[in-house]
Design a protein around this ligand. Structure first.
Ligand code: AMP
Ligand code: MG
Length: 413
């Protein structure tokens, strides 16, 4: 039996980052950028107005006040999207809209709220009274404020979020080079399994693991491929496991405990390489890891919660590493346990639990339901895995414990 940390390290040492691919801008959401994104223009491409108002010469209005307004003649009306041609000379102003280019001669913009029509409506040919001074360059957004032509606006290794997509769009990249999403094969094993649409007959249960796992793969940034159910025979299991090299990673559930029909480990040893098969943890001690034709292979235990916890601890970091993320694990927080807990001393426990934040900012934690590994409800109602260390057989209420948050994606620990 090896420790959780040893198992995690052994897994990650076998995992490499996948190659990049070019995808449409929106498809890059949530992925890791593989190369810098360089701008083909200055953004913004021209000096423009940050306000609806009047483009003016700063020196003309620097003494303007409510009591003694500066009156300027309006020589142009500039909407966004139009290149102005008229020069603003001393004593003149141009009506200007937000985002419109600053006309020649003007250097500042007075908000419309700080003006009043003097003659007419403030249109071309009318005069406008400026009621407050501006500072030089006030309300002008300068050319190249976001990024200069030839500069990088996004850097390789950054995760693409909505703002990054907006930046890429503004610098003319309709496609981005991002790390490929790992293609993850999912195989369930067990003669007792029927699909979700079926009502289980005598001795049968529905296959829930293929679904919970596929959902975990999606959340981790992978692409699930559910290959189906292997019967509890070596031939049926081999037939599906042999397909591992078609994928970046393969996960099976069940068939790795000590039962008479638990053939996954045997088939793995026959067609691939076994790295480890038991980890000192609960739920789910029989966590199997190896490679088949070079593809990393995870034989997770069959009990639904053991499957999910095994995925969380071993498979998720592997998928994230393949997808190019540098932060591979969830954040951990220290919380005060609210109840006594007994455990076996020889293994680490991961209790399905709920963290609550108190008024003082500190966390408390309690289990979120029945801890049988066959049951999923506590996992659903919880928001963390409470990690209770090896070596302890009793953890008293009031103890400080480490919790792995499942409701937050990235962490540093
Ligand atoms: P095993 O490791 O194959 O002995 O499976 C352990 C337990 O998990 C058994 O009670 C199985 O019926 C159950 N189990 C195995 N595979 C699945 C699955 N895909 N969906 C739900 N339960 C499963
Ligand atoms: Mg089984």
């Amino acid at each position: 039996m090896i420790s959780v940390e040893e198992a995690q390290q052994q897994v990650l040492s076998r995992i490499s980052v996948l190659e990049p691919e070019r995808v449409g801008l929106l498809d890059s959401l949530g992925r890791v950028l593989a190369e810098d994104v360089v701008s083909d223009i200055d953004v913004s491409p021209f000096d423009n107005s940050a306000m609806d108002g009047y483009a003016v010469r700063y020196v003309d209005v620097r003494d303007a006040s409510e009591d003694s307004p500066t009156v300027l003649r309006v020589v142009d009306h500039i909407p966004a999207g139009v290149q102005p041609e008229i020069v603003v000379n001393p004593g003149q102003a141009a009506r200007i809209m937000t985002g419109a280019p600053i006309p020649m001669g003007a250097d500042s913009v007075v908000m419309v709220e700080h003006t009043r029509p003097d003659t007419g409506e403030g249109g071309i040919g009318d005069t406008v009274a400026v009621l407050r001074p501006v500072t030089l360059g006030e309300n002008v957004r300068s050319r190249g404020e976001e990024v200069r032509e030839g500069q990088s606006v996004l850097l390789a290794g950054e995760t693409i979020g909505p703002a990054a997509i907006g930046l890429a769009a503004s610098v003319g990249h309709a496609e981005l080079a991002v790390r490929r999403r790992p293609r993850v094969a999912i195989v369930s094993t067990g003669d007792e399994l029927v699909d979700v649409a079926e009502k289980p007959g005598p001795g049968k249960i529905r296959n829930s693991n293929s679904y919970s796992l596929a959902a975990q793969v999606v959340q981790a940034g992978g692409e699930p491929h559910v290959l189906g159910v292997a019967r509890d025979t070596e031939d049926s299991t081999r037939e599906l496991l042999e397909r591992a090299p078609e994928f970046d990673l393969m996960i099976t559930t069940g068939g790795v405990s000590m039962g008479d029909f638990d053939v996954v480990k045997k088939v793995l040893e026959e067609i691939g390489e076994l790295e480890f098969w038991r980890v000192a943890m609960r739920p789910g001690g029989p966590q199997t890891f190896g490679t088949i034709g070079g593809t990393p292979f995870f034989g997770l235990p069959g009990n639904p919660t053991s499957t999910m916890v095994g995925f969380e601890l071993f498979v998720r970091p592997a998928i994230r590493k393949m997808a190019g993320f540098t932060s591979l694990v969830r954040p951990r927080v220290v919380a005060t346990l609210t109840h006594d807990t007994r455990k076996k001393a020889d293994r680490r426990y991961f209790l399905r639990s709920r963290l609550t934040r108190g008024a003082d900012g500190g966390y408390t934690v309690a289990v979120s339901g029945n801890q049988s590994s066959a049951l999923l409800t506590a996992m659903h109602r919880g928001n963390c895995l409470m990690s209770l260390p090896e070596g302890e057989s009793f953890v008293a209420a009031g103890s400080e414990v480490i919790c792995i948050r499942l409701d937050v994606e990235e962490g540093t620990a």
